[in-house]
Design a protein around this ligand. Structure first.
Ligand code: PLP
Length: 400
């Protein structure tokens, strides 16, 4: 076979996707599998959004859309950033892409030279280091610990930034831990970032609507406006409006960076789907009922799942303050053997044995940079979650 590019030597598909493929295969083989592996709302896209897409198609919005996004969606994004986040962007400071994932790819492709470092707080969304490595950059991790509720400490951030740092990624509410960042936390992180004027800052706020406590979500570009011209604020409709399949994400940032990202996007995919953009504009501008419904539902499920996990001997679980994941620690299960005879030496062993023996798919913490943990999504119906927790409890209590 002709060869592949050397950049693939260090990169692979995310473990979240690999795990859900395994779960699907087991299900096709007739097993009763509960998959909590993927980060995807279990709600339907709101009807008015689907109607808007239908109307757009009927009205002939079926031609190539502008690379940076349709006028209607860009206006909706600008209004959203102003009203919800307190950030004023102009038309040349926002862009639309095929999901938040493409925003990330555009930004790193447009700015990273080989060897440039990207500081990534861990645990992290697996796509950050995979994308950085794919593009020749070097991920540098700033560890967040369970005892701090997985919040990023300013000292950990400061220690990770060096002379080759090109980007710092801040992802709150966090995937996979659900950790959030209060205004006071952002001020403290902002003080560190102010000392490093040559560093770009990616604020990935895709879970911004899913915050459970009293602290509202806050955006760094508003809280520390002096950093605004170095911040790329990323969001999208996937998680907030149950629109993962529509593939629409967007970002606001300095015009020069957005321009560079558009050069990349124009060569890769051109503009995002015109129908998806019409749908996203309706989601941002229309009724917001689903957002509150999803938040309340995830919060209730989070309480149920955290209580069930904490009752299992050998399992710990910090309370996720946002997003729709739990990130339980499984240190008490390491070194033991499952009822099916599999020795659990790592969280990967744990996740694979749990899938094989109890048919519950979760993702090993090794994919998110801090072990031994597993990530499970609470974006699943109550009965499945309750049954998954029963199976996890049975799995853990029968370890020898
Ligand atoms: N950022 C984080 C932290 C995510 O978890 C995801 C999706 O899982 C994304 C960005 C990108 O989502 P999308 O490409 O669907 O907009």
């Amino acid at each position: 076979m002709p060869g592949l590019a050397s950049r693939l030597a260090t990169s692979s598909a995310p473990a979240t996707i690999a795990m859900s493929i395994k779960a699907r295969a087991l299900r096709q083989a007739g097993h009763d599998v509960i998959s909590l592996a993927l980060g995807e709302p279990d709600f339907a896209t709101p009807p008015h959004v689907i109607e808007a897409a239908y109307a757009a198609a009927r009205e002939g919005q079926t031609k190539y859309p502008p690379v940076d996004g349709t006028a209607a969606l860009k206006q909706a994004v600008i209004a959203k950033f102003a009203h919800e986040n307190g950030i004023e962007y102009t038309l040349d400071e926002v862009m639309v892409a095929n999901g938040g994932k493409q925003i990330l790819f555009n930004a790193f492709m447009a700015t990273l030279d080989p060897g440039d470092e990207v500081v990534i707080p861990a645990p992290y969304w697996a796509s950050y280091p995979l994308t950085v490595e794919l593009l020749g950059g070097v991920p540098v991790f700033a560890a967040c610990s369970e005892v701090d509720g997985f919040r990023l400490r300013p000292e950990a951030l400061a220690a990770a930034i060096g002379p080759r740092t090109k980007w710092v990624i801040l992802n709150f509410p966090n995937n996979p831990t659900g950790a959030i960042c209060t205004e006071a936390d952002l001020q403290a992180l902002g003080e560190v970032l102010t000392r490093h004027p040559d560093v770009w800052i990616l604020c990935d706020e895709i879970y911004e609507h899913l915050v459970f406590g009293d602290a509202a979500h806050a955006s760094l570009a508003r809280v520390v406006p002096s950093l605004r011209d170095r911040i790329l604020t990323l969001s999208g409709v996937s998680k907030s409006y149950a629109m993962t399949g529509w593939r629409i994400g967007y970002a606001g940032g300095p015009a020069a960076l957005i321009r560079a990202m558009l050069v990349i996007q124009s060569n890769a995919t051109s503009g995002a789907s015109s129908i998806g953009q019409a749908a996203a504009a309706a989601a941002l501008s229309g009724p917001q009922d689903l957002v509150a419904t999803m938040r309340d539902t995830y919060r209730r499920r989070r309480d149920m799942v955290v209580a069930a996990l904490r009752a299992i001997p050998g399992v710990t679980c910090a309370i996720p303050e946002g997003a729709f994941y739990a990130y339980p620690g499984i240190a008490g299960c390491i070194g033991r053997t499952s009822a099916g005879g599999i020795r659990i030496d790592s969280d990967e062993d744990f996740a694979l044995a749990l899938l094989d023996e109890e048919h519950v798919a979760v993702v090993a913490g090794s994919a998110f940079g801090i072990s031994p943990y597993v990530r499970l999504s609470v974006a699943s119906d109550d009965d499945s979650l309750a049954e998954a927790c029963r199976r996890i409890a049975r799995f853990c209590t029968t370890l020898r």
